[in-house]
Design a protein around this ligand. Structure first.
Ligand code: ADP
Ligand code: MG
Length: 642
């Protein structure tokens, strides 16, 4: 998932609204009994301070249900944070209104302000628009570092994104990286271990993971329902009788999807649910009438550990037994050890699972411990979390190579093959090459299994007819192109293309499901006359006439300073970005900011391996349209790899 984080934006001098999860446990005297959640945010806060931001912290505590309840004040949390971060933390007695506004207005770069409990207002959980707007008015940008509340569409998490951009904090970034990877692109073998009390809590997770894992391990109380589904008598063990049919279905589904489903083969049974109850290990077909299965047995532990050997991804949610009692914690400990030893990317979620893991002292050997119980379950269920959906997306970089009037068919084939080979490992960028028309058909054959896509260098806007020498959109599509370059400066300069024909071509491209790469740029004369902005802005506006917002969001615009072509002159990265920003602003004026944030804007003026880093670091440059350097497979691939 390509979500923007605090590392992608400029924070200096900005007021930053940071939603954190400070819902910490407290005793009766409001002493914080566990400050893990506060400590977990320190990297994000320190990063923001170092970048020169002013921090406005927002959180909830307890369940005040929309009214002011003194015992749920965040004041003690502000004091605890001040100690941990060794810095003054100002406090506003309300999260919106006069008090909050005054405090945020006076806040300087490097200072921290904490707002009072968001849930003192009903509007927070109702995701009220006006309340969201008031929160947004306190800051320039919002940071979501509260993964644990991101499965709820609340004002501070979701609604606020309607008014100011939201980016991920470092904690959130880590959650998305690990859980996102496990859900969308896990390394195999992928083993999931699901346990805990009830099947009903985790049906969604089991069902979704069944479509992704190689092995599914089920233990804990919920395994009893599966044992019953297999026909075993399970005595007085915890069971959800009404879920037996579902368990049967899941067993069938696992078989059909070739998932290796592992259930306990032996269990530790006791006659009472008590820490000191006498207990013994028996095979699952030997549980007597009064027996209660409270942990997995020795044979099962070994089988589970064996299944974890060699795993590349492990997701674990739910203990294997009643780990709160030492006598029944052995199975959970054995699995924790096996996960730690597996060498896999390991992800553990769930409040009790984490508590069990802490007890074993093996937490340090787990790749990622998810902070959000409900949120991580919903993520593993494959649901879209509203708080994550609200985080702005990073535009996927695109590098396009324009081969212009170079390369015979054989040369083009060789070059394309090299580009495919040298860019094979790249997953973070789209790669497009634009060979001459005569080579397109041949080159298509070497691209079929690669990520490199084909573009035409130009096309006509008419569908067919007496246009000697021209190529129609349908022909471009037919030969295998997904992209088409439109209005390249050379086309405008030597072949009399106008804003009007460029516009017609864009419309034609969309009619044939081609993604246009619209080129714009100013001449030396225009630049020297100070007309860059008005001219380039005018080109963009004229080109987009009649397009839908959706079309514009999906297209690519390349800024090519004509004065830099073949003259050896180049724009500085700052100047290039300034014009790219102007292009984006122009799109925003016409189609709104949300669309403008999606358009990919390339820079195309002597981009080389040597200057790509500097260009890509800029806020509005999303890639490059590479000319001369695209004819050198190695140089071009270096640009892509960057
Ligand atoms: P998590 O919080 O990690 O998601 P759950 O809340 O689903 O985990 O389940 C944890 C609870 O399940 C623990 O309180 C544990 O005692 C209970 N449990 C595990 N195995 C059994 C069992 N065999 N019988 C009864 N309760 C069990
Ligand atoms: Mg729990």
């Amino acid at each position: 998932m390509n979500k923007k984080s605090i590392r992608d934006i400029d924070l200096a001098g900005k007021k930053v609204f940071v939603r954190v999860d400070y819902n910490v446990p407290m005793d009766k005297e409001q002493n914080i009994t566990d400050d893990t959640r506060i400590r977990a945010t320190l990297p994000t806060l320190n990063y923001l301070l170092k970048q020169g931001a002013a921090i406005i912290l927002a959180a909830h505590l307890g369940r005040p249900k929309g009214s002011v309840v003194a015992e749920f004040s965040l004041k003690p949390v502000a004091a605890a944070l001040a100690k941990l971060i060794d810095k003054k933390v100002q406090f506003a007695a309300d999260c919106v209104g006069r008090e909050a506004e005054k405090a945020s207005k006076g806040l300087q770069s490097g200072e921290i302000l904490m707002l009072e409990n968001l849930r003192f207002h009903k509007a927070e959980e109702k995701n009220d628009a006006d309340f969201s707007k008031q929160l947004a008015s306190l800051a320039d940008v919002a940071v979501n570092d509260a993964f644990g509340v991101s499965h709820r569409a609340h004002a501070s998490v979701e609604g606020i994104s309607q008014y100011i951009p939201v980016v991920a904090g470092l904690l959130m970034e880590k959650e998305i990286a690990f859980l996102g990877q496990a859900v969308t692109n896990p390394a195999h073998p992928f083993v999931a271990i699901i346990g805990g009390a009830k099947v009903s809590d985790k049906i969604g997770v089991i069902a979704n993971l069944l479509t992704k894992v190689d092995t599914l391990i089920i233990g804990g109380g919920m395994a009893n329902t599966f044992l019953a589904a297999q026909g075993y008598g399970i005595g007085k063990s915890l069971i959800e009788t009404e879920k037996i049919a579902l368990a049967k279905e899941l067993i069938v589904k696992a078989k059909a999807s070739h998932v290796n489903l592992l259930l306990p083969t032996d269990v530790v049974v006791a006659e009472a649910f008590a820490a000191d109850a006498p207990h013994k290990t028996v095979a699952v077909d030997k549980i007597d009438e009064n027996g209660m299965a409270l942990d997995i047995g020795c044979q099962t532990q070994q089988a589970f550990a064996q299944a974890l050997k060699g795993a590349k991804t492990v997701v674990w949610n739910g203990p294997m037994g009643v780990f709160e009692m030492d006598a029944f914690a052995v199975g959970t400990e054995a699995v924790a050890k096996a996960v730690a030893d597996s060498g896999a990317v390991s992800i553990v979620g769930g409040g009790d699972s984490i508590a069990a893991l802490e007890k074993t002292g093996l937490s340090g050997q787990i790749s990622h411990i998810s902070t959000g119980g409900g949120a991580s379950l919903e993520y593993l269920e494959g649901k879209v979390l509203p708080g994550i959906a609200a985080i702005a997306e990073v535009r996927h970089p695109l590098i396009a190579g324009n081969w212009k009037m170079h390369q015979t068919v054989n040369e083009a084939l060789a070059l394309a093959q090299d580009v495919v080979k040298l860019t094979a490992g790249v997953s973070q960028a789209d790669v497009v090459i634009a060979p001459t028309f005569t080579a397109l058909y041949a080159v298509r054959s070497v691209l079929c299994n690669s990520k490199v896509k084909l573009a035409a260098q130009t096309m006509h806007y008419e569908q067919k007819g007496a246009f000697t020498g021209e190529i129609s959109p349908e022909m471009v599509k037919d030969v295998g192109c997904e992209y088409v370059i439109i209005g390249h400066s050379e086309r405008r300069q030597y072949f009399a293309e106008t804003d009007e024909t460029v516009n017609k071509k864009l419309i034609a491209a969309f009619n044939y499901q081609l993604t246009p790469i619209l080129c714009v740029g100013e001449s030396l004369e225009q630049k020297e006359a100070g007309q860059t902005n008005s001219f380039v802005g005018g080109q963009v506006a004229a080109a987009l006439v009649g397009l839908t917002a959706e079309q514009v969001a999906s297209m690519v615009i390349a800024y090519e300073p004509i004065w830099a072509i073949g003259t050896g002159r180049t724009a500085s990265a700052e100047d290039a970005n300034a014009v790219c920003s102007l292009v984006r602003i122009t799109v925003a004026k016409l189609f709104g900011d949300e669309i403008a944030q999606k358009v990919r804007i390339l820079y195309g003026g002597s981009v080389k391996a040597g200057n790509i880093a500097e260009l890509m670091a800029k806020s509005d440059i999303d890639g490059a349209l590479v000319g001369g350097a695209a004819l050198d497979a190695e140089g071009f691939s270096k640009i892509v790899q960057y």
